[in-house]
Unconditional design. Structure first.
Length: 453
C-alpha cells in the first residue's frame, strides 16, 4: 500500500516536472522567435516601418495644407461687426451759432442716450500684384519638392537596409566557414591522437591541433557576438520585435559588370534627385523675382458695405428711427516707394538664383566623382575575386599535398596547420569579397539615383 502511494506521488511529481518544462519551453519559444527574410522582403518591411518616411509624409501634408491656404486667400473677404454705445449727457443744453449772426439755436439732449451700430462688408481684390497666383505656384512647387525629398530619403533607407542585410549575410557565411574549418580540425585532431597512440605523432603535435581548435572557437565566439549586434540592428530597421532571431536567405551576388562607367555617369547626371531639388529651388527663385517685380504695380479691388445705425434705446426700433445705408465702391492703391525699396530685394533674388546655378555646378562635379569612385571600387572587387578564386584553388592543392607529406612524415605539424589555415583563410576571403562586391554594386546604383534590391 505504501509502495502504491509512493509510486503515485512520484508519478505526480514527474508530471509536474514535465508540465513545468513544457511551460518553460513555451515561454522561451515565445520570447525568441526565428524568422527567415529575403532581401526584397527586408527592404519592403524597412520602408513600411521607416519613421523618417512617416515624417516626410507629414511634411507633404503640410505642403498640401499651404496650397489650400493659398487658394483660400483668393476668396472674397467678408467681415461683420456690431457695437453698442451708451452715453450720459452731463451737459444737456447746447447752443449752435447761427450763420447770420442772430441768436444761437438752442438744442436739448436727453440725459440717457443709446446707440446701436452694425456693419457688414464684402471686399474682392481684382488685381493684387499677382500675390495669390505666386502663392499657389510656390505651394505647388513645395509639394513636389517635399515628395522628391521623401523619395530621396527612401533611397537612403533602402541602401541602408541592403547594407545591413549583406553585412548580416557576411557574418553568417563567416560562421559557416569557421564551422567547416572546425569540423576539419576536429577530424584531424582525431587522426593525430590516433597517430600518437600508435607512436607516429608526438604529444606536441596533438597540442598544436588543440591550440588551433581553441583559436577557431575564439573566432566563433566573436562572430556570434557580432551576429547578435547585427541581428538587433536589423530588427530595429525592419520593425521586428527586438528578440526576433533573423535568418537571411542566400544573397544573389552581383559579380557581372555589363555597363561602362559612361552609362552610369549619364544616368546619374539625369536622374539624381539632388538635381530635381535644385530645379525646384530654381523655379522658386524665378517666382520670387517675379513677385518682387510686380510689387511695383498698383492694387485694385471692389467692395460693398452695409451699415446699421440705431440711436434709439430699442435694439429693434418700431419706426423709422434708424439708418441702413449700403455703400459700393472701387478702391485702388499704389505704393510708389516700391520703386526704390524693392531694388535691394531684386538684387538679393537674383543672387539667390545665381547661387542655385553655382550649386548645380558643384553638385555635378561631386556626382561625377561619386560615380567614378563607386565604379572603380566595384571593378576592383571583381578583379580581386578573380585572384581569390585562384588562391582557393592553390590553397586547396597545397593543403592536399601537405596532408600527403604529413602522413609520410615529410613535413611538420606546423606545416600541416599552416596549410589548413591558408585554405580556410582563402575560402573566407573569397566569400567576403563576393559580399563586398555585391555591396559595391548597390553603392554604384545609389550614386546613379536608382537603388533597388
Amino acid at each position: 500500500m505504501k509502495n502504491n502511494i509512493y509510486n503515485i506521488e512520484r508519478m505526480n511529481f514527474t508530471k509536474q516536472i514535465v508540465s513545468g518544462l513544457a511551460l518553460l519551453l513555451t515561454i522561451i519559444s515565445a520570447q525568441a522567435q526565428t524568422r527567415t527574410i529575403g532581401l526584397e522582403e527586408a527592404v519592403n518591411m524597412g520602408v513600411a516601418n521607416s519613421k523618417q518616411l512617416k515624417l516626410d509624409q507629414n511634411k507633404i501634408a503640410q505642403a498640401v495644407s499651404q496650397l489650400e491656404q493659398a487658394k483660400d486667400e483668393t476668396m472674397p473677404t467678408v467681415k461683420a461687426s456690431a457695437a453698442y454705445n451708451h452715453a450720459l449727457m452731463l451737459q444737456r443744453s447746447f447752443a449752435l451759432p447761427s450763420d447770420g449772426g442772430g441768436d444761437p439755436k438752442s438744442m436739448k439732449f436727453p440725459f440717457d442716450n443709446t446707440l446701436y451700430q452694425g456693419t457688414l462688408s464684402i471686399n474682392e481684390p481684382i488685381f493684387a500684384q499677382g500675390r495669390f497666383r505666386y502663392a499657389k505656384e510656390s505651394a505647388n512647387i513645395l509639394i513636389q519638392s517635399s515628395k522628391l525629398d521623401s523619395d530621396k530619403d527612401k533611397d537612403e533607407i533602402v541602401y541602408n537596409i541592403i547594407g545591413a542585410y549583406i553585412n548580416f549575410y557576411k557574418v553568417q557565411q563567416n560562421l559557416k566557414i569557421v564551422a567547416q574549418n572546425m569540423e576539419d580540425v576536429d577530424q584531424k585532431l582525431t587522426e593525430i591522437k590516433k597517430f600518437e597512440s600508435q607512436g607516429l605523432a608526438t604529444k606536441n603535435d596533438v597540442l598544436r591541433f588543440q591550440l588551433e581548435k581553441s583559436n577557431i572557437q575564439i573566432q566563433q565566439v566573436e562572430l556570434e557576438h557580432t551576429l547578435k549586434v547585427v541581428n538587433y540592428n536589423l530588427d530595429i530597421l525592419l520593425g521586428l520585435p527586438e528578440n526576433t532571431m533573423v535568418q537571411v536567405q542566400d544573397v544573389v551576388y552581383k559579380l557581372d559588370m555589363t555597363e561602362g562607367a559612361d552609362v552610369y555617369m549619364k544616368q546619374a547626371l539625369q536622374d539624381r534627385k539632388e538635381f530635381g531639388s535644385l530645379n525646384y529651388q530654381d523655379k522658386l527663385a524665378d517666382i520670387n523675382i517675379k513677385k518682387i517685380r510686380d510689387e511695383k504695380l498698383p492694387t485694385l479691388g471692389v467692395g460693398g458695405s452695409l451699415y446699421y445705425i440705431n440711436p434709439s434705446k430699442a435694439l429693434i426700433p418700431k419706426g423709422a428711427t434708424y439708418l441702413a445705408p449700403f455703400v459700393v465702391g472701387i478702391n485702388a492703391s499704389w505704393d510708389i516707394t516700391g520703386f526704390f525699396k524693392n531694388k535691394n530685394k531684386a538684387t538679393e533674388a537674383s543672387l539667390q538664383k545665381q547661387e542655385v546655378t553655382a550649386t548645380r555646378d558643384v553638385l555635378t562635379d561631386q556626382v561625377k566623382m561619386d560615380v567614378n569612385k563607386s565604379y572603380t571600387q566595384y571593378h576592383q572587387t571583381l578583379e580581386k575575386i578573380k585572384l581569390l578564386n585562384d588562391a582557393v584553388v592553390q590553397a586547396t592543392e597545397n593543403e592536399r599535398i601537405t596532408e600527403s607529406k604529413f602522413k609520410n612524415n615529410l613535413v611538420t605539424t606546423t606545416d600541416r596547420i599552416e596549410a589548413q589555415t591558408l585554405l580556410y583563410q582563402s575560402r573566407l576571403n573569397l566569400e567576403l569579397a563576393k559580399a563586398d562586391a555585391t555591396a559595391a554594386y548597390y553603392t554604384l546604383l545609389k550614386t546613379t539615383g536608382h537603388i533597388q534590391p
